[in-house]
Design a protein around this ligand. Structure first.
Ligand code: G6P
Length: 372
């Protein structure tokens, strides 16, 4: 078993460290030298893909957070209204799905019963379904119209890490492909994003190579009773995924909030010593989101929060307001989740290990939930 873990103490640590490769493998062979996407596996009639007027992303757990990241990217690149829904909520509410709906079902295992039932329901309503899946030949891809495989390799640890980054990568490819097909973006722009994506494995590697500080903090915080996570835009699903990892692995109460929502309720939770992890958007992004999140940090700090900040390299503006800062390499805003997630995974894994928990097999959880 030690060999299977590639020298790491757990599958989870191995899988976190596999992430540069998981992303690289998922990108491999899916574009040409000019950055034009080639998704031959997307075997759905192009006229249908051109006439899609709504995308519905269906998934559970970590895969649903990948879906939320996908929504920001797909709507921005394709201008197709995109909803994300938990599979088990979707089919019980009489959703509006028809021949013009493209459903994207995201599942690492391809066996999650809730997602499978949602896929069946959507197809009965006439929707086309593309699966984003990590397991060859599993049920969800077999029952979908097309599949875009994530090539993360087998994921053994129950809580998902490398599959999540691969799912986000595959969702970007799907969004860019639809934009290319529907002529929403000029070739250059798509090629630029593809070039940025090609840089991601090395950037993820640099986070992994500099993880000592985040590991030390995790060990120092092993007595924490509750940790809050804040993010905005694509940082919001990243915050929720960071909180989910901490619940799953370390059994610590954790919640992810949209930073803008803080003032509408969650700020009441802030008291002296409350740890809050804040995913700060790039200062180079649009819409002054950076300034807004920085002011959220000031607000919670004034109320006693201990702030742990994930920020972009060079963003020294946050240092005055943070107890701890972890930097990730510069990257365009929409692609940032491939980086900002990584320190949060390492944090949860290291904290759980410090508490002596089995990070590969957390209590009460199953790798794939094949009952509704
Ligand atoms: C289970 C796992 C989670 C996973 C979720 C969805 O709850 O413990 O880690 O995110 O199922 O699984 P899927 O295979 O559909 O992505």
């Amino acid at each position: 078993a030690a060999a299977e873990k590639g020298g790491y103490p757990s599958f989870m640590e191995k899988e976190i460290n596999d992430q540069p490769d998981a992303v690289a493998q998922t990108l491999l062979g899916r574009s040409d030298a000019q950055g034009k996407l080639i998704l031959d596996e997307l075997r759905i009639d192009e006229t249908i893909l051109r006439s899609v007027d709504k995308i519905v992303v269906l998934a559970c757990g970590t895969s649903a957070y990948a879906g939320q990241v996908a929504k920001y990217a797909i709507e921005h690149w394709c201008r197709i209204p995109t909803e994300v829904e938990l599979s088990h909520e979707f089919r019980y509410r009489d959703p509006i799905v028809n021949e013009k709906t493209l459903v994207v079902a995201i599942s690492q295992s391809g066996e999650t019963m809730d997602t499978l039932m949602a896929v069946r329901y959507a197809r009965e309503q006439g929707a086309k379904v593309v699966a984003i899946c990590n397991t060859n030949g599993s049920t969800i891809p077999r029952e979908s119209d097309a599949v875009l495989y994530t090539h993360a390799g087998p994921e053994i640890a129950v809580a998902s890490t490398k599959a999540f980054l691969a799912q986000i990568t595959a969702a970007y490819l799907l969004g860019l492909y639809l934009a290319q097909l529907r002529g929403n973006k000029f070739g250059d722009e798509i090629a630029d994003v593809m070039a940025d994506l090609a840089d991601m494995p090395a950037k993820i590697q640099s986070i992994l190579d500099n993880a000592d500080k985040v590991k030390k903090l995790a060990r120092d915080m092993s007595n924490a009773k509750s940790v809050l996570f804040l993010g905005r835009h694509v940082g919001f699903p990243v915050a929720m995924e960071g909180a989910l990892k901490l619940k799953e692995l370390a059994y610590i109460h954790a919640e992810g909030f949209a930073a803008g929502e803080l003032k509408h309720g969650p700020i009441a939770l802030i008291e002296d010593g409350q740890p809050v992890v804040v995913v700060v958007p790039s200062p180079n992004g649009r819409d002054s989101l950076h300034a807004k999140v920085v002011s959220n940090i000031q607000e919670i700090r004034a109320r006693g929060a201990v702030t742990i900040v994930i920020a972009e390299e060079g963003d020294t503006s946050v240092e005055a307001y943070a107890e701890h800062v972890f930097y990730v390499p510069k990257t365009p805003t929409l692609l940032a989740p491939l980086l900002t997630t990584v320190p949060l995974q390492i944090f949860a894994c290291e904290l759980a290990s410090a508490k002596g928990y089995d990070v590969d097999q957390p209590r009460n959880l199953a790798k794939s939930v094949t009952v509704e």
